[in-house]
Design a protein around this ligand. Structure first.
Ligand code: DSN
Length: 420
């Protein structure tokens, strides 16, 4: 059933672009591992009148009147986040993962203090100390990476760097690391040098919540995450951790960094936390990993190379050097047939980040559509055909049709296309 649209009459330009995006999501194969598809309940809460409300402060301690409803909304979101991850406190106000991490810096550090995080070009994140980010500009950064031999985090390097530089904050967590992170190791290292330990589980959060990926909660002082990746909530952030840090984190988020919380998004987060607490979500998370392993195995059997040789999570980085195509060109040609991914550096890449030697792919979004192992094998075949026939327009046309047909078998938001 098409939905009624006031947007169509008030702003036909934006309406048309939204419709184009519905079509792109509906008929393409979404492989960006940090993306997912929220359901109608999350969309409804996110698009609700709660967007109208200012509520600076925390529940029952606001700087505005009229907050009874949003107080209850935020209390539900906090309680559900704590239950989902088993944490002592939660702050549901960060607008994004980057702002959640910024709040942790604000809470525990002074400009110039030393921070240790994973190198961005080997799988870390901008906010873990990249020189082009606030974290790298305002703090002294020590970066660990992966081993040349197996592309896994090297525990000895992490310990040695920490002992040498004695960071005040150690960050574990990644955006392009497919294997399990040893959170106990990072606790040991943090204790050795008296550092605060931040686990940024933005990528793995849904898998952690479902018990399908190791949880850092027993080890980290603070856990940060986004809510829209494997967790399948609205685009936003979340901070959790040990009760002793609640006050300093709460004050860093507001008034330290942010103004009014986005109450519509907090409501949508609460909905997604409720969904993640349901038994079905565990089945989903397990399938995400099974699908990622199937996709990785199928790509390897087709002669493609996967960084570290496989995956224990929802994502993998395909090393394209053996087939002599850059990440940039691969992303472009895959996009042209309706397969969406992002170019990504491989460890020890010699290409600049605008070019890259790999692409990062993952299965959260396709799994949400209901796809399983058979569809992962087909997807691997379609990726392989595209990359190996990238100048053959006829072949690319065939792949384009197959992509559309496969996606069409797993309806997503088709009912949101307004046809009249
Ligand atoms: N941009 C996110 C990702 O794609 O992994 C990280 O913030």
């Amino acid at each position: 059933m098409p939905i009624a649209s006031s947007l169509k009459s008030i702003d036909p330009d934006i309406f048309r672009l939204v419709q184009m995006e519905v079509r792109r999501q509906e008929y393409g194969l979404e492989l960006i591992p940090s993306e997912n598809f929220v359901d109608e309940a999350v969309l409804e809460a996110n698009g609700s009148v709660l967007t109208n409300k200012y509520a600076e402060g925390l529940p029952r301690k606001r700087y505005y009147g009229g907050c009874d409803c949003v107080d209850a909304v935020e209390e539900l979101a906090i309680a559900r986040a704590k239950e989902l991850f088993g944490t002592e406190f939660a702050n549901v106000q960060p607008h994004s993962g980057a702002q959640a991490n910024q709040a942790v810096y604000e809470a525990f550090l002074k400009p110039g203090d030393t921070v240790m995080g994973m190198r961005l070009d080997q799988g870390g994140h901008l906010t873990h100390g990249s020189p082009v980010n606030f974290s790298g500009k305002h703090y002294k950064v020590v970066a660990y990476g992966v081993r040349t031999t197996d592309h896994l985090i090297d525990p000895d390097e992490v310990m040695a760097l920490a002992k040498e530089h004695r960071p005040k904050l150690i960050i574990c967590g990644a955006t392009a690391y497919s294997r399990r992170i040893d959170f106990a190791l990072f606790r040991k290292v943090a204790d050795e040098v008296g550092a605060i330990l931040l686990a940024d589980i933005a990528h793995y959060a849904g898998l952690v919540a479902a018990g399908e990926y190791p949880s850092p909660v027993a080890y980290a002082d603070i856990v940060s995450t986004t809510t829209h990746k494997t967790l399948r909530g609205p685009r936003s952030g979340l901070l959790m951790g040990k009760a002793q840090h609640a006050q300093v984190i709460n004050r860093a988020v507001f008034p330290g960094l942010q103004g009014g919380p986005h109450m519509h998004t907090i409501a949508a987060k609460a909905v997604s936390f409720k969904e993640a607490l349901a038994p079905d979500f565990k089945i989903y998370a397990r399938q995400v990993i099974a699908n990622a392993r199937a996709l990785s195995d199928a790509l390897i059997s087709l002669g493609l190379k996967i960084v570290s040789g496989g995956t224990d999570s929802h994502l993998m980085v395909v090393d394209l050097r053996p087939i002599e195509v850059s990440g940039k060109d691969a992303q472009h040609v895959l996009d042209s047939v309706g397969i969406t991914c992002n170019k990504n550096t491989v460890p020890f890449d010699t290409q600049p980040p605008t070019v890259c030697s790999g692409v990062r792919i993952g299965t959260p979004a396709l799994t949400t559509r209901g796809m399983g192992i058979a569809e992962m094998k087909t997807t691997a075949e379609l990726i392989n055909q595209t990359l190996r026939n990238r100048t053959d327009e006829k072949k690319l046309d065939e792949v384009r049709e197959q992509v559309r047909a496969l996606a069409g078998r797993f309806p997503l938001y088709r009912h949101r296309l307004v046809t009249e």
